[in-house]
Ligand binder design. Structure first.
Ligand code: G6P
Length: 491
C-alpha cells in the first residue's frame, strides 16, 4: 500500500467509472450515505484512499447534488478526506439508454453469455456514446498536466479511452474490464462491435481478470479489426499506437490487525445471527450474498439445496440457506422477472420442506451494510458462490478475509474468475445441480482439520494478492511503458 503511494507521488491520477463509491439519498428528511453493492467499488475505493486523486462517477443518489461544490466535487471519505469525487450528472433519458439500455441490457448479458438475450437499440447506442463523451470531457477537464494517469473502469465506458486519447495524446490510459470477455462469435452479435473495440484500443493498457479473457479479447480484435497483433508481447497495434493486453486479477483490501481487533468474535456472530432468525445454536447456515442478478446462479443454488434436502432428509430442520440479494437495475424487465422467479422458487422450496417452523431458505431482498455482511460471513458454515459466469467475484474473497478463525467452507463456481486463484475451494459447475448438492454435503461433513488447511491456504492467497497488488501490477506496467516511450522519443 505504501509502495503504491510513493510510486504515484509525482503523478496525477484520474479514475472514471459509472458507479460511484458513495451515494447520498434522502430518507425521512435526512441525508444518508450509502456504499453501493459493487465489486468495482469494493476494489477501487481502497486504491483511491491509498493514492488520492480524482474519481469521476455518476451521481445517482437523489441528494448527491446537495453534497458537491460548484465544480461538482466532494471530498471522500467525508470524515477523513483522502481523494476527490467528481460527480457527473446523467439525465433520465441518457440513464435509460446508456446505463439500463446499452450497458446493462446489451453489454452485460452479451459478455456474461448468461442465456439472456442482449438487446441492442440504436437510440441506446446514441445515449451510450453521448455519456461516454461526457465522461471523456470530464476527465480532460480534470487533467492539469499533459500526461496524467487515467484509469477507466468497466463496460459502461468502452468508448471513452479513444475520445480521451484524441485530446490528451500523451496520457497513460489504463482501461479495466471488470466483467468477462466472451469469444469472438458471441461478441460479434453487437452491431457496434468495431466501434467498441476501436474505443477501447485508445488505451495504453487494457486489463482483464484472467488470461482467458485477454485471449478472447485478442481473438475478437483479430476477427473484426485490421490490426497488428504481437502475441508474444500481448500487444495490439492499431492506428499507430500500441495497447498492452494483460491480466490483473482484482482483489480486496486485506483487513489490518487493528481493523480485525474491532470485529465481534465468531461465537458472538454465530449466536446473534441465529438468534435473529429464531434458530438454535447448532443450526447449519449456508450463506449466499449477491446483487440480485441473473448471472449469480441463485436459481441453481436453491435447486441444489432442494436436491440435498431430498436426498439427505436428516438435514431438513437443521440446514438453511440464508440468501441476501441486494436489488439492482430494477428498471429492467429481466431483473424484475428474475426477482419473481426467485421469490417463487424460494416459496416453493420452503413449502416443500415446511415443518415445525423450519424454513429451508431465508431470502432477504435488501441491501445490507458492511457490518451486517461481515457478521454473516463470520456466522456461516458454508459460503456459496455459484455464478453462472463472473469476471472475478469478490464475495468469495471477502468471505475468506472475514474468517480469521480459519474455518468455514467456500463452494465456488468454476465459471467465476476467482476459481483460477482459489484452488482450495470446493469447485462446482453450477449448471450441474447434483454436483453442487454433493459439494454442500461434502462441506458439511468435512473434518475440521481439512477445513482449516483449506481456509489457511485460501487466506494466504488473498492476503498476498490483495487489491494493492492488483493496482501495483497495473501501474508498474504503465510506468515501464512510459519510460520506454520517453527513451524512444529521444531517439
Ligand atoms: C459489476 C460491474 C460493476 C458494477 C457492479 C454493480 O460488478 O462490473 O461495474 O458497478 O456490477 O452494478 P451497478 O449496475 O449497480 O453499478
Amino acid at each position: 500500500k505504501s509502495m503504491l503511494k510513493s510510486d504515484l507521488r509525482d503523478e496525477q491520477l484520474i479514475v472514471a467509472s459509472n458507479r460511484e463509491p458513495s451515494v447520498h439519498v434522502r430518507r425521512a428528511g435526512k441525508i444518508v450515505t450509502m456504499r453501493p453493492a459493487s465489486g468495482l467499488v469494493t476494489a477501487v475505493e481502497p486504491i483511491l484512499r491509498a493514492c488520492s486523486g480524482t474519481w469521476i462517477a455518476h451521481g445517482s443518489g437523489d441528494a448527491d447534488r446537495d453534497t458537491v461544490d460548484s465544480r461538482d466535487h466532494i471530498l471522500l471519505p467525508e470524515h477523513q478526506p483522502a481523494y476527490t469525487l467528481r460527480r457527473l450528472w446523467i439525465d433520465r433519458i441518457d440513464e435509460a439508454g446508456y446505463y439500463y439500455g446499452f450497458a446493462n441490457g446489451g453489454l452485460w448479458p452479451l459478455c456474461h453469455i448468461a442465456h439472456v438475450r442482449p438487446t441492442f437499440r440504436e437510440a441506446d447506442w446514441e445515449c451510450y456514446r453521448r455519456v461516454n463523451e461526457k465522461f471523456a470531457a470530464a476527465v480532460i477537464a480534470e487533467a492539469r498536466i499533459k500526461d496524467p494517469l487515467i484509469l477507466i473502469q468497466d463496460y459502461h465506458l468502452a468508448l471513452a479511452p479513444r475520445m480521451i486519447r484524441e485530446k490528451l495524446p500523451d496520457a497513460t490510459i489504463i482501461s479495466f474490464w471488470h466483467i468477462p470477455w466472451p469469444n469472438p462469435e458471441s461478441f460479434g452479435i453487437c452491431p457496434w462491435r468495431e466501434e467498441l473495440l476501436d474505443g477501447m484500443l485508445g488505451s495504453t493498457i487494457i486489463g482483464f481478470h484472467t488470461r482467458f479473457h485477454c485471449k478472447n479479447f485478442m481473438e475478437t480484435v483479430d476477427r473484426y479489426l485490421e490490426t497488428r497483433i504481437e502475441q508474444e508481447h500481448s500487444t495490439i497495434s492499431f492506428r499507430g499506437q500500441p495497447t498492452l493486453i494483460e491480466s490483473y486479477p482484482i482483489s480486496i483490501h486485506w483487513p489490518s490487525e487493528r481493523e480485525r481487533a474491532a470485529w465481534p468474535t465468531i461465537a458472538k456472530c454465530r449466536r446473534d445471527v441465529r438468534q435473529r432468525l429464531g434458530l438454535d445454536a447448532q443450526h447449519l447456515i449456508a450463506l449466499g450474498l449477491d446483487r440480485f442478478d441473473y448471472t449469480k446462479g441463485i436459481t441453481e443454488r436453491m435447486q441444489a439445496l432442494r436436491s440435498l434436502l431430498e436426498q439427505q432428509p436428516q438435514l431438513v430442520g437443521r440446514l438453511s440457506l440464508v440468501q441476501i440479494a441486494a436489488p439492482t437495475r430494477e428498471e429492467l424487465d429481466e431483473y424484475q422477472a428474475f426477482r419473481v422467479e426467485i421469490e417463487q422458487l424460494a416459496a416453493q422450496i420452503n413449502a416443500r420442506f415446511a415443518r415445525d417452523g423450519y424454513r429451508a431458505i431465508y431470502l432477504f431482498t435488501e441491501h445490507k451494510g458492511a457490518e451486517e455482511v461481515q457478521e454473516l460471513y463470520r456466522a456461516a458454515d458454508i459460503c456459496l458462490v455459484t455464478s453462472i459466469h463472473d469476471g472475478m467475484n469478490l464475495v468469495c474473497k471477502e468471505f475468506i478475509a472475514a474468517r480469521d478463525d480459519e474455518d468455514g467452507v467456500l463452494i465456488l463456481s468454476q465459471f467465476a474468475g476467482a476459481s483460477r486463484e482459489l484452488s482450495e475451494a470446493l469447485h462446482v459447475n453450477p449448471y450441474h445441480i447434483e454436483e453442487t448438492a454433493q459439494a454442500m454435503l461434502r462441506a458439511l461433513n468435512m473434518p475440521i482439520a481439512e477445513r482449516r488447511e483449506r481456509m489457511q491456504s485460501l487466506r494466504s492467497t488473498v492476503r498476498e494478492y490483495n487489491v494493492y497488488r492488483w493496482a501495483g501490477a497495473m501501474l508498474g506496467d504503465a510506468a515501464r511503458l512510459r519510460l520506454k516511450d520517453r527513451v524512444q522519443a529521444r531517439v
